[in-house]
Write a new protein. Structure first.
Lengths: 112, 113
């Protein structure tokens, strides 16, 4: 089985721009979660989607949003990028969200 | 609020020595507990998990962890460390029907020859 696939792996954006990151979960997994990892704040939960519905949300501003499609693929969008948004963004999938989560390799976003 | 504490930011062990990484959690009920490992620039790989039942759980790569309710701990152990185990290790807690993982700050493991 293929693992969780995140694209792109690396991204450089300018302050004020917006960015969309993509995540393809493991086949059959219906839950997709997103995390932000930074040296200062560590790993922080952004949101979780299950069957196209946002089921949980972390404490991030409204500039961070996401969605999930009928094939369980998910995207997250960050608008009006700030320097502090530079981070490794990790996606994780799970069959239902009630078992272990499997992570992708992440997307490294650099905001300049 | 749920929280996870990994008291050791950085640990160095000799190859072949035993390893114990500490993890304490704060949660009102029995949580789901996980250990993940991350190599530089990579995603997180699940080492093992505890949901219920036997408090000593076996994972991949020769790792094990023991859930101790009385101490709110879930320490990770390995009897003999290999150079390839050098990485950052994260303990995490979650409630049941959600993938909202709360992570500790991580422990960076260095292995010296």
């Amino acid at each position: 089985k293929a693992g969780v696939t995140q694209t792109p792996r690396y991204l450089i954006k300018t302050r004020g721009q917006q960015v969309t990151l993509s995540c393809s979960p493991i086949s059959g997994h219906r839950s997709v979660s997103w995390y932000q990892q930074t040296p200062g704040q560590g790993l922080q939960f952004l949101f979780e989607y299950f069957s196209e519905t946002q089921r949980n949300k972390g404490n991030f501003p409204g500039r961070f949003s996401g969605r999930q499609f009928s094939n369980s693929r998910s995207e997250m969008n960050v608008s009006t990028l700030e320097l502090g948004d530079s981070a490794l963004y990790l996606c994780a999938s799970s069959p239902t969200g009630e078992t272990e989560a499997f992570f992708g390799q992440g997307t490294r976003l650099t905001v300049v | 609020a749920q929280s996870v504490t990994q008291p050791d930011i950085h640990i160095t062990v000799s190859e072949g020595a035993s390893l114990e990484l500490r993890c304490n959690y704060s949660y009102g009920a029995t949580p789901y507990l996980f250990w993940y490992v991350q190599s530089p620039g990579q995603g997180l790989q699940l080492l093992l998990k505890y949901f219920s039942g036997d408090t000593l759980v076996q994972g991949i790569k020769g790792f094990e962890a023991e859930f101790k309710r009385s101490q709110s701990s879930f320490n990770l152990r390995k009897p003999s460390v290999h150079w390839s185990d050098a990485a950052e290790y994260f303990c995490a807690v979650a409630r049941g029907a959600t993938n909202k993982l709360i992570f500790g700050t991580g422990t960076l493991l260095a292995v010296q020859p």
